[in-house]
Design a protein. Sequence first.
Length: 150
Amino acid sequence: MEHTNDQQSDKENDQTNPPAATNLKPEAITNDPLADAVWDHYQPVIDAAGKWRPEYSPVFAMLCDAFARWMEVTEKIRTDGGKLILLNPKRGTSYRNPLLDVQAQKSNEVHRLATAFGLTPIADAKIKAAPIDGLFKGGLFGHLLAGPPG
């Protein structure tokens, strides 16, 4: 097959100037509205601070997913009345709400990963990023953390 000069030029251009891969958001994040919102909010902030590299995508995806799971379990605890202690009606014994363990695990994971990306107050001093309190005070998920209306 014969190539025209334009086709050859386009092919050479594609090889020398590959499309910019700025965020490489995984499909698992795109398909999760909470994780997707976290990604869309913080990835550009990290990028604008000059601290983003495409190879960070997998770890940043873990942060977004962990935060989304933390939000879900926190909301589940809240909608279940915020009970820390539950009662086993068959045995008449009380036990710690197991969702608290999941919440603590996700909280630790979020903190560890957020620190790596400069999204905690101390890490922010090293990496300029959006202040984390914007996330909690009317920011990205402020409506969920505000508690029940009224």
